[in-house]
Structure formats: structure tokens, C-alpha cells
Design a protein around this ligand. Structure first.
Ligand code: UDX
Length: 446
């Protein structure tokens, strides 16, 4: 099939490339000429395992192209996906201007039948607004007889495993009217579905809500475990035991139950807040979503307060090493990364900070711009920790887990670790002579 993808952000790039990889002809459109130029010369704007090779391969085989020419691209396409950003407004609502602008442009350019699919995460009713926008543009051009259909097809990609998630999804949600559009969308996704019942078709509004419900449910599990972890620290339990104890119940399942420094990233915080906002707009309180958000904010503070309390609120003259800056491992994304707030607080305490992340150093420099003169950006994890009085671990990269503990103890001035991701076994750490503090497992004595 011929597909036009509007918006070469994270989702558009992965989606377009994966469709091309299964034999479709895909044109990815973006208004950012620099980005298009870079992609055409093989420079990929994001780090995502496996993506670069796939882009280069499909480009070379003529199945994938990057352009700013929407008119040309949709003239040729049967399907047009909207994959532009929906960043948060100040009040927590999603900014839909990019989505509606894409719809406006489609209405201005299209001259043939088109199926317009919203893949951006959008509040309920947005796909209908896309339809209205296209209709009004067609009317303005005197082309109201031109037919098109709309569909909602939310994505469930995780950063760091986005290509694998797309190629082998748990499920594919398609919101559209019954009939030819549903048939066409099923056909498009058949090579990814592996079994028929992985494709779930439904009405458009339910598909839009499904995306928010999925992210809010996952965020709820994390906040619930973070709350339990705080309870463990108060009462003397071990959150890892609780996790295994409940995760083995098939009804609960074992994923997304890891306590830590709170969730971050471009989706969970934004989508939970948008749900709260949608509730308010419609006259009712999304009580669970509100609590999930509140617990998440509190969790970052809980970790910082633990550091403050154990170090008597004073880091003057101390070197603090920070391992991990991105909001999670396997990505260079700093959006809503808990490290930002934690580093700011550590700086306030007067610490001399050295940071390291395997992928997010450049992005961190951008995100921490105002504080950069006070931060040392180390070239590797051992350099960050050399002569440090304290190590603070914020992101769960594999290489941190695999560190040689004896070597680590040797290079640090004092063997003190605050582990915001529970990456080590507390008993093992005590055995190695560390003062080790973590989340919900502080029951083993120091
Ligand atoms: C999420 C959804 O998983 C994905 O389906 C959706 O399309 C986009 O949002 P992503 O933001 O890439 O994906 O990250 P994810 O792996 O879900 O992690 C989100 C946050 O939760 C991270 O900060 C992570 O560290 C945290 N997390 C995750 C925990 O604190 N504990 C867990 O057990 C799992």
C-alpha cells in the first residue's frame, strides 16, 4: 500500500519505517526541512535500537522516502497517518494545534479518496475534529464531493524497544467504521499481527480512550508500587518480596511493578495529566489518575529527602556521582526525566556533581542548560564515580548493574550509594562494605 506519514517524530519514524519494511511504499513528511535533509543523508534524529539500519535499508530499496511535499505524497497514497506531537499545555491538556494543522493541510491538498488515520495520542473526540477540519477545507475549495474516511489507531510503542514492539505487538487497536476501511486497516496490519485476534477493531472514541486507559493503568501500577515501597521502608518490609508475591498472581501479572524514582518520559506524565484535565472539562474528578500523579511527584521527592536525611542535608565539599540521566534505560530521551529534579535538588545542597549516562549526555546538557557550569559531564561511568563521596543511581542501564563492586568501592572516596532503581542486592552491598540505600528495601541494616 502507499502510505503518507505526517510528522517525523519518534512515532512517525518508527511506524513509517516498519510499514516500509513489510513492503509498503512510505513517504514521511515533516515541515522541518533540516530534519528531512538530515534523514535523507542518513542522519537519524533519535536513538532507537535497530532503527537506523532499517531506515537505511528501506530507503535504499526505494520503499521509504523523506520529504516536505505533502501534496505530492498524498496524491499518491491511500492512507495518510497523522503522527505529529501533542505536547502538554500549561493546564495539563494536550495541545492539538499540530494535529489540527495537519488535518487542515490534508484538506487543502487532497484530490483523491484518502483514509486519514490519527496515530498521535489525542483526547477523545479529536478524530472527529480532524474529520470536521478536512471537511471545512474541502468545502472552502468547492470540493465537498471528494470522499475520505477517518480512523484512530493508537500506538503502544515503548522507547528503547519501539521497533520490536511494532513488529511484534501484543495487540493492534483500530477505531473505525465497519466496512472497507476496517478491511483495509486489517490488511495493512496483517504482517504484524501474527494471529487474527491480535487486531481489535472498535469505534473511534473507544480507540482514543483505550490509549489513555492503557498508559494510565501502567502508571497506576507504578505509583501503587512506589506507595507500597514507602510503606515497606516505614514498616520494615522488602518491596522486591512484595513484587514477587503479587506478580505471580496471573490476574495481576509481573510487569510494571518495579518501584523506583517515579515514572517519566514523554507519555505517562502527559497522558495522566490529560486524563485529569478531560475529567475536569467534563465535570467529574478522575480521582485515581489524580492520585497516581500526586504519588509520582511525591516519589521523586521521597528519594531526594532520603539522600538529604542520610547526609544531614549537607553536601558542601562532597563529590556526588550520578549514574543515569535519561528517563529510563535504552533511550537518550530526557523528557520528564526524574534525574532533572533530583540533580537540581542535589545542586541546592551544595554538592559538586559529576554525571554519566550511556546515551543521553548531549540531551542532558540541553535539558540542564542553566546548571551546566556546576556539572561535570564524565566520559564513562568509572570516571564519574572517581573520588566520589556518594553515588546516586537514577536510570537502570545494564552496565551499571554489571559494575565490579570491589573496583567501585576502590575508586570512591566513601562507599555510599543511593540506588533509585533497586539495581543491587542490599545484602550483597553491605557485604561489600557499602552504605547502600534504595527504594522500599531499606530493612537490611547498614
Ligand atoms: C510508555 C508506554 O509503555 C507505551 O506503551 C506508550 O506508547 C508510551 O508510553 P515509554 O514512555 O517509552 O512507553 O516508557 P515505559 O517503558 O513504559 O516506562 C515509563 C516510565 O515508567 C519510565 O520512567 C520507567 O522507568 C518507569 N517504570 C516502568 C517504572 O518506574 N517501573 C516499572 O516497573 C516500569
Amino acid at each position: 500500500m502507499k502510505i503518507c506519514m505526517i510528522g517525523v517524530g519518534y512515532v512517525g519514524l518508527v511506524t513509517g519505517t516498519c510499514f516500509a519494511d513489510k513492503g509498503n511504499i512510505v513517504c514521511c513528511i515533516d515541515t522541518d526541512q533540516e530534519k528531512i535533509k538530515a534523514l535523507n543523508s542518513g542522519i537519524i534524529p533519535i536513538y532507537e535500537p535497530g532503527l537506523k539500519d532499517m531506515i537505511l535499508d528501506n530507503k535504499q530499496n526505494g520503499r521509504l522516502e523523506f520529504s516536505s511535499d505533502l501534496r505530492n505524497s498524498i496524491a499518491d497514497s491511500l492512507l495518510c497517518f497523522i503522527t505529529v506531537g501533542t505536547p502538554p499545555n500549561k493546564d495539563g491538556s494536550a495541545d492539538l494545534s499540530y494535529v489540527l494543522n495537519a488535518a487542515r493541510e490534508i484538506g487543502k491538498c487532497m484530490d483523491n479518496y484518502l483514509i486519514v488515520v490519527t496515530k498521535s495520542t489525542v483526547p477523545v473526540g479529536t478524530t472527529d475534529a480532524v474529520r470536521d477540519m478536512i471537511n471545512s477545507e474541502l468545502k472552502a475549495r468547492g470540493k465537498e464531493k471528494l470522499t475520505f474516511d477517518v480512523a484512530s489507531n493508537p500506538e503502544f510503542l515503548k522507547e528503547g524497544t519501539a521497533v520490536a514492539d511494532f513488529m511484534c505487538p501484543d495487540r493492534i487497536v483500530i477505531g473505525c467504521d465497519k466496512g472497507p476501511i476496517a478491511v483495509c486497516m486489517r490488511e495493512l496490519y496483517k504482517p504484524f499481527a501474527h494471529s487474527e485476534n491480535k487486531i481489535i477493531t472498535m469505534d473511534i472514541k473507544s480507540a482514543e480512550i483505550t490509549k489513555y486507559a492503557a498508559n494510565a493503568m501502567l502508571a497506576t501500577r507504578i505509583s501503587f508500587m512506589n506507595e507500597m515501597a514507602q510503606l515497606c521502608d516505614k514498616l520494615g518490609g522488602d518491596i522486591e518480596n512484595i513484587r514477587r508475591g503479587i506478580g505471580t498472581d496471573m490476574r495481576i501479572g509481573s510487569q510494571f511493578l518495579c518501584a523506583g524514582v517515579g515514572y517519566g518520559g514523554s507519555c505517562f506524565p502527559k497522558d495522566v495529566n490529560e486524563l485529569i484535565h478531560t475529567g475536569q472539562k467534563n465535570g467529574f474528578e478522575m480521582a485515581i489518575a489524580s492520585a497516581v500523579h500526586k504519588v509520582n511527584e511525591g516519589q521523586k521527592k521521597y528519594f531526594v529527602d532520603m539522600i538529604k536525611k542520610k547526609l544531614s542535608d549537607n553536601l558542601q565539599g562532597k563529590k556526588i556521582a550520578v549514574w543515569g540521566l535519561a528517563f529510563k534505560a535504552q533511550t537518550d530521551d530526557m523528557r520528564e526525566a526524574p534525574s532533572l529534579m533530583i540533580i537540581e535538588e542535589l545542586l541546592k545542597m551544595g554538592g559538586q556533581i559529576a554525571v554519566y549516562d550511556p546515551e543521553a549526555m548531549e540531551q542532558a546538557k540541553q535539558a540542564l542548560k542553566k546548571e551546566n557550569h556546576k556539572i561535570e559531564y564524565a566520559n564513562d561511568m568509572m570516571r564519574a564515580v572517581a573520588h566520589a563521596d556518594v553515588l546516586v543511581l537514577i536510570t537502570d542501564w545494564q552496565e551499571f548493574r554489571e559494575v565490579d563492586l570491589d573496583q567501585l568501592k576502590k575508586v570512591m572516596r566513601q562507599p555510599v550509594i543511593f540506588d533509585g532503581r533497586n539495581q543491587f542486592d542490599p545484602l550483597e552491598m553491605v557485604k561489600h562494605g557499602f552504605r547502600y540505600y534504595c527504594i522500599g528495601r531499606n530493612c537490611y541494616g547498614k
